[in-house]
Write a protein that binds this ligand. Structure first.
Ligand code: IDP
Length: 160
């Protein structure tokens, strides 16, 4: 999808990022959103959701065979989640780097999980692991009209 404010050859991506109930309860919403804003990514979707069990099960369907799947689904439904869609160059891969490793103790302390989490089942944030996953997850969590098309005035200061 070409973005008008960027050279036509630069195709932008979108990813689905979620602040999990542990981070919402711990007051980390602002810290996590700030990292994506300061990086230069554009927020195109944002809402507070109390996930239903079917939503959580579908979101983590690829992990259904794992022993931790029931507790993972229960955890995601245990409180509010901040569902976000971020847009920008290479955002899927870069957001994963910003999150750090799945196990926070293996994450570099400069990453979100490395800075704010200890246990794998309380790792504060989710972000899609591939462009195709992002498309599925954005469609699962957002209605099309909830995604906002806009051009930040800062774009020319972020992209050359
Ligand atoms: P990711 O969130 O880094 O993409 P996935 O392997 O997709 O990692 O796992 C989804 C989520 O399931 C993780 O973020 C973590 O909260 C949880 N999880 C993954 N592996 C384990 C485990 O071995 N025990 C408990 N929870 C786990």
């Amino acid at each position: 999808r070409p973005c008008r404010a960027l050279p036509l050859t630069c195709r932008v991506e979108r990813t689905f990022t979620a602040i999990k109930p542990d981070a919402v309860n711990r007051g980390l919403i602002g810290e996590i959103i700030t990292r994506f804003e300061r990086k230069g990514y554009k927020l195109v979707g944002l809402k507070l959701v109390r996930p239903t069990q079917p939503l959580a099960e579908t979101h983590y369907a690829e992990l259904a065979s794992k022993p931790f799947y029931p507790s993972l689904v229960q955890f995601l439904c245990s409180g509010p989640v901040v569902a976000m869609c971020w847009e920008g160059k290479d955002v899927v891969r870069t957001a994963r780097k910003m999150l750090g490793a799945t196990n926070p103790l293996e994450s570099d302390p400069s990453t979100i999980r490395g800075a704010y989490a200890i246990d794998v089942g309380r790792n504060v944030v989710h972000s899609s692991d591939a462009v195709s996953t992002a498309e599925r997850e954005i469609a699962l969590w957002f209605r099309p009209e909830e995604l906002v098309e806009w051009a930040p005035t800062s774009l020319q200061w972020i992209y050359e």
